[in-house]
Design a protein around this ligand. Structure first.
Ligand code: PBG
Length: 335
């Protein structure tokens, strides 16, 4: 590793290499590039709708026409990919809107592939936005409480992923955290002729308070209980390695750690232990905190955003999912 003979050679002066921007750039170990960015988008029905999310300034629920504009702005700034979340018109206890051929995400994918064929379209595969109760799986209620049923949920998730691939999704991204869902999705994709569609699994997804603003954006807050019986406990790093190992065994092509900034240790371990393409999701709460502090004039939005993303890259993330993707791409281009 980086052992420097400072003992025998006391003249090492680190500041020598910090004297000018060009010198600093020359020895920079980590680089941010627009090609690493993914922009999440929230899509809904209607026309000319840009419904603002209170806690996420600059983020909107978009009708398909507005989604195309937003995606096109991102793409022309250098962002190669979007991640789609759907807000359906109706929810039920079977998440029918999640896998309907005419579902909101399926429509959005077709539209994007038609209008921006070069843009990579990644779809979030989950049920919470489509379930009347807001949980990520099928719920069984009894007098003592509610249980999220694992295996019965797998079929719906697999069907949902296949319907996204059928619509033209380039990558499917399961975020539900049911056990065995990557295997179930891989099998269903292979069976339905999509053996070449990659899976980016939310492999180490923690039960996090940082998701608060997203649940307003996606209208997916659970109506009762919480997600702690399926998402991970923030205390656990070894368990995160087991989750990632399992998803890789089951066929994940890209693994994700989420949230990002408070979980840099997990990102680093995942990258060094598995060497797989690794994504970091800078979630809604991370974005909101920066926006709120910046709006008060307390921090420099651009500098803090770039420094945070650089930290994720330094930890080992190859792919950065961020609501600030378009701004970041423009900043990196010097705009
Ligand atoms: C759906 C899902 C969530 C996020 C991504 N996919 C919310 C949750 O698990 O409650 C969070 C994204 C964010 O906070 O930006 N399961």
């Amino acid at each position: 590793m980086s052992s420097h003979p400072t003992g025998q050679f006391p003249a090492y002066r680190p500041r020598r290499l910090r004297q000018s921007p060009a010198l600093r750039q020359l020895v920079s170990e980590t680089h941010l590039h627009a090609s690493q960015l993914v922009l999440p988008l929230f899509v809904r029905s209607g026309r000319k709708i840009r419904h603002p999310i209170g806690a996420m300034p600059g983020v909107f629920q978009l009708s398909l026409d507005e989604m195309v504009l937003e995606a096109s702005r991102a793409h022309s700034s250098g962002v190669p990919a979007v991640l789609l979340f759907g807000i359906p018109d109706a929810k039920d206890a079977r998440a029918r809107g999640a896998f309907a051929a005419s579902g909101i995400v399926q429509q959005a994918v077709r539209r994007l592939k038609q209008e921006l064929p070069q843009l990579l379209v990644i779809t979030d595969v989950c049920l919470c936005e489509y379930m009347s109760h807001g949980h990520c799986g099928i719920v069984q209620r009894d007098p003592r409480g509610a249980k999220i049923l694992n295996d019965p949920s797998l079929k719906i998730l697999a069907r949902t992923a296949a319907s996204h691939a059928e619509a033209g999704a380039d990558i499917v991204a399961p975020s539900d955290m049911m056990d065995g869902r990557v295997r179930a999705i891989r099998a269903e994709l292979d069976r339905s002729g999509f053996a070449d569609t990659p899976i980016m699994s939310y492999a180490a997804k923690f039960a996090s308070a940082f998701y608060g603003p997203f649940r307003e954006a996606a209208e997916s807050a659970p109506k009762f209980g919480d997600r702690r019986s399926y998402q991970m406990d923030a205390a656990n790093a070894n368990e995160a390695m087991r989750e990632v190992a399992l998803d890789i065994q089951e066929g994940a092509d890209i693994v994700m750690v989420k949230p990002a900034l408070a979980y840099l240790d997990i990102i680093q371990r995942v990258k060094t232990e598995f060497g797989y393409p690794t994504a970091a999701y800078a979630v809604s709460g991370e974005y909101s905190m920066v926006k709120a502090a910046a709006a008060n004039g307390w921090i420099d939005e651009r500098a803090v955003t770039l420094e945070s993303l650089l930290a994720m890259r330094r930890a080992g993330a190859d792919i950065l999912i961020t609501y600030a993707a378009t701004d970041v791409a423009q900043w990196l281009a010097g705009k």
